[in-house]
Ligand binder design. Structure first.
Ligand code: GTP
Ligand code: ZN
Length: 291
């Protein structure tokens, strides 16, 4: 008996990685009876029946569970956005940060294609996120800058890469592990052709205890947070909201507001605040039209 991680789900079989070995396993009938599904990312107890075959005996409790893509035990989201080409999309990044925070994942922001912008332009782009205490790594797969930093930040995590099309996810994946890059490229190619393909989610072992899932779809990010809770997902607001005269201040319509004051004083990034207001409106609109 041993413990391993499910890296692939095939029809009736599961690939379980343990150390440097991969066991193609069947699951005990008991899972079917209990309606337990085995997901990619699940930590399992397996019994080897041959050099690369075995049975899954037990699924260990899940820490996290993502629905789209269906992966268990993802601990970190790597949000990849290009500095330029395509243009840096701060609204989409801020939205993605809310979504993955809500899923209780660690967050790593990767700003790709840094070779295409000046250092000062890059600094201006990153500053709001550093101010909000996010971990930000600028990279270029053309020059190789930052790639080893990303690799260290993945250590010990199961990470999922998220980001718009064309920002360089496959290129970065390739720099981290050629098999991962290949898979990421394959997926986007199929999606580009507009075919509806079965997405086989797969985990790639990058290093000891370090897995990366192929990129998650990104076409429609929907924030499932209530409008009045959104402010909690902008961590840099917390300190200044102590100066809001009203408890429960939403920092939007209120005349006197500590957060608005901090924006005027340049202590909170105006761009992040504008994105908050836009996202607040978007969520409010959805709440109002739900009935
Ligand atoms: N200058 C520069 N170009 C890059 C960099 N990384 C990727 N590119 C280019 O950007 C384009 C898109 O890269 P991909 O790696 O395919 O991007 P992707 O995010 O996987 O895109 P999708 O497959 O559409 O999801 C390619 O032409 C790459 O050569 C970089 O660091 N610097
Ligand atoms: Zn306020």
């Amino acid at each position: 008996m041993g413990e391993g991680v499910v890296t692939r789900v095939l029809a009736g079989f599961f690939d379980v990685a343990a150390g440097n070995e991969v066991y193609r396993c069947r699951a005990r009938g008991v899972f079917r009876k209990r309606k337990t599904t085995v997901l990619v990312g699940d930590r399992v107890v397996y019994q080897a029946t041959g050099p690369s075959e075995g049975w899954i005996e037990e699924v260990l409790p899940r820490q996290t569970e993502l629905v789209r893509p269906p992966i268990a035990n993802v601990s970190q989201a790597v949000l990849v956005f290009s500095a330029v080409n395509p243009e840096f999309q701060s609204y989409l990044l801020d939205k993605a940060l809310v979504v993955v925070s809500e899923a209780q994942l660690e967050k790593l922001i990767v700003i790709s294609k840094m070779d295409l912008v000046s250092p000062s332009a890059l600094d201006a782009l990153i500053a709001p996120y550093l101010k909000a205490d996010y971990q930000v790594i600028p990279v270029s797969t053309k020059t190789g800058t930052g790639v080893s930093k990303v690799k260290s930040a993945l250590q010990g995590h199961t990470s999922v890469f998220v980001g718009p099309s064309g920002v360089g996810k496959s290129s970065l994946g390739n720099a981290l592990s050629p098999a991962l890059g290949l898979k990421m490229g394959e997926i986007s190619e199929k999606m580009g052709r507009g075919k509806h393909t079965t997405r086989h989610t797969e985990l790639f072992l990058i290093d000891t205890d370090t897995y990366v899932a192929d990129a998650a779809g990104f076409s429609q990010l929907q924030v499932d947070v209530r409008s009045e809770d959104l402010r909690l997902f902008f961590p840099e607001f917390a300190l200044f909201s102590l100066d809001c005269p009203y408890r429960g201040c939403l920092h939007v319509e209120e005349e006197e507001c500590g957060v608005k004051q901090a924006v005027r004083m340049n202590q909170i990034s105006a761009l992040r605040y504008e994105n908050y207001c836009q996202l607040y409106d978007e969520v409010r609109h959805r709440e109002e039209t739900r009935y």
